[in-house]
Structure formats: C-alpha cells, structure tokens
Design a protein around this ligand. Structure first.
Ligand code: T1G
Length: 687
C-alpha cells in the first residue's frame, strides 16, 4: 500500500507532503511517513530545511478518530513520539498550514520550529469536543507559544481561531499570500541557517507572564464550560501542569489525564456523537447521483417568531428571502425583530454593521402572496392548524413555479395531508426548525410518502449551507423529537398529581445534564401553547394554570413564579392548584423517588425512540440522538437518549419501565424492538 506521505526536494528544502483525504487525519500510515521524512532530512547534508504540508483540502485535521478504540490507535509511532521527532530534527521544520490545523494537526505544527499559514486557515484543539484533551504535547506547547489564557480558551472550548489571530498571538510566525508551497519553501530557505532551532517546548517567557490567578479566574468566568463535562477540567489541569513543570514532566501529566479521559464514558459518548452527527446527513436508499435543485431564492410565509427566525438563516447565508404576511403591522413587526436580532449579534461581534445591512438588503417583505411565484423554495410558517396550512398549500400550488419546493415548518402535523392539498406532492417536504430558528442547529427534514428524492437531497444540502444539522424524519405525530416529548410530558404531569413537585422533577433533569426540566421548558416556551383558550374548561393542571393567566415566563408566572429578572421560584398558587386536582381525583400524594422520575420521563423517551425506529420514522438510532442533542440540549457527554440507554443497559431500562408500568397505566405500551434488543443483549447504537 503506498504511503500517504511523499517527500520531494525543492533546492535544499525537503518537502514532506501528506495526501490522506478527506482531512489528512494522522492515521498510522501518516505517522510512519512523517517519521521517515524527518529521518530523510536528518540523514542528508544536502537538506538544509524541511516543510510539512497537507495536500487537498487541509493540513492535518487531527488524529484519526476512526482509529480510536482499535489497535491502530496504539500502533507505533504514536503521535506523542512523532511530534518529539519533528521537534528534534537537526534542520528547521516549517509547518505550511491551509484549511485546518486541528488537534493532533496543531500539535504537529507546534512541534515544527516555524508555522506559516494562509489567511483562510484555522487552528484549534477541538479534542475537548471528543471528551479528550490534546494528547501529543499540545497542552504543554500551546501555552508556551500562545500564552496560558489563550491556551485555556482554546483547549476548553475546542473552538478554532483564524490564522490572522494566531499570527497576532505568535502561534503563526509567517502569513502567506499566494502559493503556499512556494512561499513556505522560500521561508524555510530563509530560516535554514538560524540556530538554535526555536523549540516551543523550551519556551518559558509566556508561562512566566501568566498571572498566578489565571486558572481560578478562568473557571470563575466560565462556569457553563465546566458543568457536567469531565474534559474541560482536565484540559485546564494539563495546561496548569505546563506552568508547574518542565516540558517532559508536564507531558507525563498530560498523558495521564488523556488516558483517564479516553477510558471514560463521556469520551466514548462524544466520539460516538461525532460520527452520529455526520451519519445523519446520509439518506438511506437515495442514490449518490441524485443532485439537489438550485435554490436561488426562498419564500417564507409568516413573519412571526418562526418565520422571522427561519428567514434569518437564509439571509445570513446570502440567499434572498421574500417574506409574506397578511397585515402590514405584522410584517413590520417581524422585519423589526429580525433587524434587532442581527444588531444584537453585531454587538457580540458576529456581524459587522455593513453585513447586517447586506443581509437585510436581501429581504423582500410584502403583503403580496403572488410575490412567491419566482421562489425556488417556499416555507410556510403560520399557525399550527391543519386547515390553514392546507389552504395555503392549495394557493401555493396555483402560483408557485414548476419545480419549486413547498415546505411546511409544522412541528407535529401530517405532511402527507398537507401535500395532498396540492397537485405536486413530490415537491412537498417538512422543514421543522426549532425555536429560536435562527439559533437552534437542528432541522428535522420530514420525508412525505411522495416527497421526491431530489427534494430530500436539496433539503439536506441546504441545511448544511445554512449551518443546520439536518435529520430525516418520517411522517408521524411530532416526528422524532416532539414525539418523544409526549410520554415525557404525560408522565411528568401525572407525577405532579401523584406527589412530585415541578421543582423536583425539573431538578432530576437538570442534574442529569439537561439545560432545563419539563416544567421550566413549558414556562419558557409558553404553557398556553396548544391550549384551547377556554378558561372555563379546566380538565388538567395546564388548563387551570392558563385559566388564571399563568402562561409561563412571558406572563411572569407559569409552573413557577418569576421575579423581574425572570428568576423562578416554586409557586404556592401552583401547589394549591395541584392539590385541588389531587383532591378531585381522590389521589393521596406519595413520596416519589428520583429514580421513578427517571424511569417515567427518560426511560419512556427511550421506549418511544425505539417505536420511532421500529416504525421507520427515523433512519437510525443515532439520528434520534442527534435530534435530542441539537434540538433539546441533551448532554452530549451522554451521547443522546439511545446511546445513553445502551450505556445504562437495555435490560435495566426494561426492568425500570416494568417497575413503573403500574403507575403509567394505558398511557404506556412497550416497544417490541426495545424488548427484543434487551432480551438478546443487543444495543441500539452499535459501539
Ligand atoms: N478522524 C477521522 N475522520 C475524520 C476526522 C478525523 N479527525 N475529521 C473528519 N473526519 C471525517 C468525517 O467523519 C467525514 O467522514 C469526513 O472526514 C469529512 O468530515 C492526539 C487525540 C476537519 C473541520 O476533532 O472538525 O487529534 O462522513 O463532514 O464539514 O491530540 O471534520 O465523509 O465518511 O466534518 O469539511 C481532533 C474533527 C482529533 C477534528 C472538516 N480533530 N473534524 O469539516 O467535513 S483528536 C478533530 C472536524 C486528536 C490528538 C487528539 C471536521 C473538519 P464521512 P466533515 P467538514
């Protein structure tokens, strides 16, 4: 098998090139080739300097994650050895960076004596997103080159920085314009005779500059970074070791911390999720040759919260949007909200004022429904009411141009029924955005029975363009995410009647790692969503709250009372309402354990996920996990509901549901798939 690494002479410079598509991952063959290249440089007096460069899209994007958990990950030479061999080369080594230098890729670059980069390059250490830390000297070299505080930011967030910023902090030594290879060779020639060779592992000045309180200050300033996750804390400890020990000892601490993380459940979950997210983009049964339709112009019907948020996704991607309303006041309000959202983002440095102007300049607000006629994709985002949607799709059918894709942003309703209101069901698809639509990354792409393959392919490609993570869902009530919310909400409400409080149930979920519990979520989204609006008709606790204007945070009261800063506190009024209902139902409250709350609100979600799978409403179990991590904030260090269920053990899930079944009554029925897998000791998510 030919090595992905080749070497070539450019005068007295040896160029070591890596051709390991798609991202030049540092797999075993690449590591071997790099070492051979350095040996070749060391072995020839003709060679005065070395350049390491990536062919194709990018410099090294890190260790080969697909090797993790296999013997290849430990095949010699391992990355820690490779980087030290590079740094100990007797000739200066220049890293020529384009695309991304990530993780082990940046560690290779840090081991080089010089780093050159094109302006579009990005440099980062995203290991923390895999539940890890840079395990090839990165936590020791990065603080020495970029400073301790920057190293803390980069290692604990995993977010890359641009080449220009890297240059300004000394992480990149030379910015390259034009041909990277040619200029990198020239740079290597320029530095060929400089001695001593600048070794980042020996630098101390930036370590000494760091304030003694830098670590405590960083933890205090970033509480959310550390909540629930193991890796950020260990990244910080590894960087701290760089300030306490010489490089060789610091690397030993790094190794220890790396192995602790690698053997933990969080790293397994986060590495699983890395591939799960990418697998979600693949559509089973659709040939790779199917091409997407061109989307030059988008139409959005409805300028409310969803319509406005949806529009912003396309405007931010440079795609013009025609947004339609039925009344000027609603149209003005909607476009006003969009502008304010952009201005708020601009204040945070996400956009310049000029970019905001450009994006808003792509917006065509109108009351004229026929203005949608020349749109390539039209997204309906009006009331969640089937008759209204069918009427709109009937009208769209008459005016939309042939081949236009007609999408509904419905979050529960039957997309096939909506499609049947047109003569072009093959062009109809569901695009379920999550609120706030300009922020949440998840997009459920609902595949109707007649949705054409190229419509689906277009939706998935467009999702990537507008920086969404798309998951294909089948047509069922609530698709994937919201359908799994149903048993959770049903059981959570019943638990209130049986003796639990909103705060107890929410605490179980927040302690589990969710951003909020079911009742906090109801108060945020609006307790009145889906309410029949008749205050005299009180059939459940939610009706009783809505009847007395307790619609959630927006009314200062819902399942909780809220102060002027929207800080929640348990509500005696709500407790009174709950007790009223208990009395009417003749229920004597009992102590509810946290374990029962997990069984009835989380295990039932897994059961529903298994039903979604067995009905073919999701393509794969990992898609369900992607929906819950990106749509509802499921803690990624638990991988998603289905991966978590595997880690819990499906037998334990089944036993827990059996124990809870008497309290759940006919609201609950077992998924056959779950029972089968539990019986056979199988898993949903493979690894
Ligand atoms: N290893 C293996 N495969 C990878 C990979 C990697 N590092 N990165 C990407 N792929 C695959 C990916 O699965 C997909 O495959 C294809 O490449 C395109 O990826 C010791 C331990 C580089 C910014 O975490 O951030 O170094 O689906 O769809 O949108 O300290 O990939 O086509 O079959 O994401 O253009 C640290 C992870 C590793 C970088 C490109 N490095 N990758 O984004 O393409 S740990 C990372 C990315 C480490 C050392 C430690 C992105 C990208 P398929 P893609 P993209």
């Amino acid at each position: 098998m030919t090595s992905p690494i080749s070497t070539s002479r450019h005068g007295h410079v040896l160029v070591i090139s890596s051709a390991n598509p798609p991202v030049n991952a540092l797999g075993h063959a690449v590591r071997e080739g790099l070492v051979k290249g350095i040996e070749e440089a060391d072995g020839s007096d003709e060679i005065k300097a070395v350049v390491i460069i990536g062919e194709g899209a990018t410099f090294f994007a890190g260790a080969d994650i697909s090797e993790f958990g296999t013997p290849k990950a430990f095949a010699q030479p391992m990355l820690p050895q490779v980087v030290d061999i590079i740094e100990n080369c007797s000739k200066p080594v220049v890293a020529a960076i384009h695309g991304t230098a990530l993780g082990g890729g940046l560690e290779v670059a840090l081991a080089c004596h010089y780093r050159a980069a094109v302006a579009s390059a990005k440099l980062g250490v995203p290991e923390v997103k895999l539940g890890l830390l840079p395990g090839a000297g990165g936590t020791q070299r990065l603080p020495r080159v970029a400073g301790v505080e920057k190293a803390l930011q980069m290692t604990t967030s995993g977010n890359p920085i641009g080449a220009q910023e890297a240059f300004e902090i000394g992480l990149v030594d030379r910015m390259i314009e034009g041909d990277l290879l040619q200029h990198a060779v020239a740079y290597a020639t320029e530095v060929a005779d400089i001695r001593p060779l600048p070794k980042s592992s020996e630098r101390q000045n930036k370590i000494e500059e760091a304030s003694p309180s830098v670590f405590d200050d960083f933890v205090a300033a970033n509480p959310r970074v550390f909540k629930g996750f193991d890796a950020p804390r260990k990244n910080l400890e590894a960087v701290r070791a760089a300030t306490q020990h010489p490089y060789a000892d610091g690397v030993a601490v790094e190794r220890q911390l790396f192995m602790e993380l690698m053997s933990g459940t969080q790293a397994k979950a986060q590495q699983y999720f890395f591939f799960a997210e990418r697998k979600a983009a693949k559509i089973e049964g659709v040939d790779e040759s199917v091409r997407p339709r061109e989307i030059r112009k988008v139409g959005v019907i409805g300028a409310g919260t969803m319509g406005g948020g949806i529009s912003m996704n396309f405007l931010s991607a440079g795609i013009p949007v025609t947004i339609v309303e039925t009344a000027q006041e609603a149209l003005d309000r909607g476009t006003g909200v969009m502008l304010r959202n952009y201005e708020a983002s601009a204040k945070k440095g996400r956009f310049t004022a000029e970019q905001v102007g450009q994006m808003m300049g792509l917006l065509n607000p109108t009351l004229d429904f026929d203005a949608l006629a020349d749109c390539d994709l039209i997204i309906e985002a009006v009331f969640e009411q089937m008759e209204i949607k069918k009427d709109i799709f009937g009208r769209l059918d008459k005016i939309a141009k042939p081949g236009a894709i007609l999408a509904s942003n419905t979050s529960y309703l039957n997309v096939d029924e909506i499609a049947a209101a047109t003569n072009r069901p093959q062009d109809v698809v569901g695009l379920h955005f999550f609120s706030p639509a300009n922020v949440m990354k998840l997009l459920e792409v609902v595949r109707g029975a007649k949705t054409a393959d190229d419509v689906l392919v277009t939706a998935m490609a467009l999702a990537k363009k507008i920086k969404k993570v798309a998951v294909v869902a089948g047509v069922c009530y609530g698709f994937i995410g919201n359908r799994m919310l149903i048993p959770r909400q049903t059981e959570a409400t019943k638990l209130l009647l049986e003796g639990a409080t909103p705060a107890q149930i929410d605490k179980v979920h927040v302690d589990f790692g969710m951003p909020m519990g079911p009742f906090q979520m109801a108060d945020l989204a609006g307790v009145d969503i889906g309410w029949h609006r008749d205050p005299t008709r009180i059939e459940n606790i939610r009706d009783a709250l809505c009847a007395v204007d307790r619609w959630g945070q927006k009314k200062g009261a819902g399942f909780y009372d809220y102060d002027e800063k929207r800080r929640p506190s348990p509500s005696p009024k709500v407790q009174e309402i709950i007790e009223d209902f208990r009395a009417k139902a003749g229920v004597t409250p009992r102590a509810i354990s946290d374990e029962e709350i997990v069984q009835r609100t989380l295990y039932t979600m897994v059961n529903e996920g298994a039903k979604i799978l067995e009905e073919g409403m999701a393509q794969r179990a990992s898609d369900i996990d992607v929906v819950w991590v990106y749509g509802y904030g499921w803690p990624v260090y638990r991988g998603g509901p289905m991966h978590w269920a595997d880690a819990e053990g499906l037998g334990k899930i089944v036993d827990g549901l059996k124990a809870a079944a008497p309290h759940m009554g006919e609201d609950f029925s077992f998924s056959r798939l779950l029972l089968d897998k539990a019986e056979k000791g199988e898993k949903f998510t493979g690894r």
